[in-house]
Write a protein that binds this ligand. Structure first.
Ligand code: NA7
Length: 541
């Protein structure tokens, strides 16, 4: 991927930003505007981060377009035209390219640059980062804007090396790839699988979907924005943004304040039905206690099961599609279009490998435990990510005394103070990842909150003559415990979901609940208080 330089070059900056997705681009803009000498590196040849890579058919965000965009520039939000309620991958990528051009960000980004390691030089108080092609970057601050879902999970399918057909990963789907007329297998029924399956079903000759754990899939109900709708939103955009920032999930959502059993059976079902028809993650706002009370959650589970029965013609397929044994929400709820309906097509078959395990891949397909063989031209892998920590642990990051971040996180789990810093890794600042609301909120809201805090921190440090910040170990332990305790007050960690929220989707990964479940409002109060208290829990020197 990376170009080979003819000589080894060393570049010096005050701040090195790793990644040019939503967080890296805003960091670059904001820190540059505040007079910091900042530069970014990006492994892709283009901006966009996750929205550059995930270009599989059907890729779409489940947060509304008008909210899944930057709020920090009124002209930008006024001039950009979203055409659909929920943005497709190519719409988001076009938007981020526009942002990069409009704010002249590209000149400070090195594309095709994959960092393989970074080492803290104690004597000089600098990070030295090395790219795969040998280029070296030195910077006082290393800002990890690497995304939560950017390192694909290693392939862990039995006998997969035997398969000689074509393999496509949703994570880096080749531009314009079309499987029209082919016999195709898909592994994975998470958010990605549930989007790619209906899209592929339209064009391929035959589609076999390998499902291990069924998910709760809520209909998106995407549609073009009505004429005048965008103008209306733009007329009062700042107020809408404020509402986003004052909702725990960072979204423009009206949650029902009632608990599920405050109402009778009829009203409860009508409420679920209305939100189901409305589509999208608003469904999660049906009742206030869905993620806090098992009985409330059982009610929503029962409702979704009834929808599956209503939609899916074949009773055996419907039974396999019903999630069981974990609360709705414990695994990230999936929002997709025509997912359950797709199983009524004659060219689509569901293989339930919980009932009939996948024994092995063969040269031409795969075989199940009962001996059934499937032959496919192409296997599509939608098998998920080494979430949160993957982008960090695949790099060789060395802190004070040569300690390895990968070794520590692989052994003890990923712990941070307030989601910003790890003890032993001075001046490495983490953006919207482990220990902060991140994926449990609208990522763009969470990112803006983090970037604003980080830019205040760096300007304060400069103004006060500090050059080093490090998370205190005791504060980090306490925050990791808080993150775990807050999650324990909810149903998120419950059941046998195998969720990537706690690293349970990757064999051998230490299981800690990684996002901070109290939401962006409470989190904002906590981090602002720490900042006002001389960055409590961090040592500045
Ligand atoms: P997910 O949600 O982690 O889904 C991955 C899917 O792949 C899930 O259904 C897994 O089943 C399945 N999988 C993974 N490994 C295997 C093996 N070995 N055998 C069978 N099935 C397997 O990733 P997504 O990309 O869909 O979504 C990630 C996030 O991206 C999403 O939540 C949005 O925030 C955007 P399992 O559940 O582990 O049994």
């Amino acid at each position: 991927m990376s170009a080979t330089p003819t000589t080894t070059s060393v570049s010096d900056y005050e701040v090195l930003v790793v990644g040019a997705g939503f967080s890296g681009l805003y960091l670059l803009h904001r820190l540059r505007a505040e007079g910091h000498l900042v530069h970014a590196v990006e492994q892709a040849p283009e901006v966009g981060g996750t929205w550059y890579w995930n270009r599989y058919p059907g890729a779409r965000c489940d947060v509304e377009s008008v909210d899944y965009s930057y709020s920090w520039d009124e002209d930008l939000q006024q001039e950009w035209t979203w055409t659909e309620k929920y943005p497709a991958q190519h719409d988001i990528l076009a938007y981020l390219k526009h942002v990069a051009d409009r704010f002249d960000l590209r000149k400070d980004i090195d594309f095709n640059t994959t960092l393989t390691g970074a080492e803290w030089d104690e004597s000089q108080g600098l990070w030295t980062a090395t790219a795969a092609d040998g280029r070296v970057y030195r910077a006082r601050y290393l800002l990890m804007a690497v995304g939560c879902l950017s390192a694909p999970k290693d392939i862990d399918l039995p006998g997969f090396q035997e398969f000689t057909g074509r393999v496509l990963r949703t994570y880096d789907w080749p531009e314009g790839e079309d499987l029209r007329g082919q016999t195709v297998g898909v592994v994975g029924t998470g958010s990605t699988g549930a989007q790619v399956v209906p899209a592929l079903a339209e064009t391929v000759a035959d589609l076999t979907v390998v499902q291990r754990t069924p998910n709760f899939v809520i209909p998106t109900r995407n549609r073009p924005l009505h004429e005048g709708e965008l103008d209306e939103i733009k007329a009062d955009y700042p107020a809408r943004r404020i509402r986003n920032k004052t909702h725990p999930a960072g979204v423009f959502r009206s949650d029902n304040p009632k608990n599920a059993y405050d109402v009778d059976d009829e009203e409860r079902r009508a409420t679920f039905q209305e939100r189901w028809e409305g589509g999208g993650i608003n469904f999660l706002g049906s009742f206030a206690d869905l993620m806090f009370d098992q009985a409330a959650n059982d009610a929503v589970v029962e409702f979704v099961h009834s929808k599956i029965d209503e939609i899916v013609d074949d009773p055996e397929t419907a039974a396999s599609l019903k999630p069981d044994g974990y609360p709705l929400g414990a695994k990230r709820p999936v929002v997709a279009t025509d997912y359950y309906e797709t199983y009524n097509r004659s060219n689509v078959h569901l293989v339930d490998v919980k009932k009939n395990p996948l024994e092995t891949f063969t040269a031409t397909g795969f075989r199940l435990a009962d001996g059934t063989e499937y032959e496919v031209d192409t296997m599509v892998l939608a098998t998920g990510f080494d979430a949160f920590t993957g982008p960090f642990t695949k790099m060789d990051i060395r802190g004070t005394g040569g300690r390895s971040l990968a070794e520590i996180w692989n052994r003890d789990g990923a712990k941070t103070h307030l989601g910003f810093g790890a003890s032993g890794f001075p001046n490495m600042i983490i953006v919207a990842n482990v220990g902060s609301p991140s994926v449990l909120a609208n990522m763009v809201t969470a990112i803006e909150q983090h970037v604003d805090w980080i830019s205040r921190l760096l300007s304060t440090m400069r103004d006060e003559g500090h050059t080093m910040i490090e998370a205190q170990e005791s504060a980090q332990e306490a925050w990791a415990q808080t993150v775990e305790d807050v999650a324990a007050m909810t149903l998120w960690p419950n059941g046998d979901s195998g969720s990537w929220y706690r690293g349970a989707n990757v064999d051998g990964k230490v299981q800690l609940f990684m996002p901070y479940a109290a939401g962006v409002v409470e989190y904002g109060t906590t981090i602002d208080k720490a900042a006002a208290n001389d960055y409590e829990g961090f040592t500045l020197s």
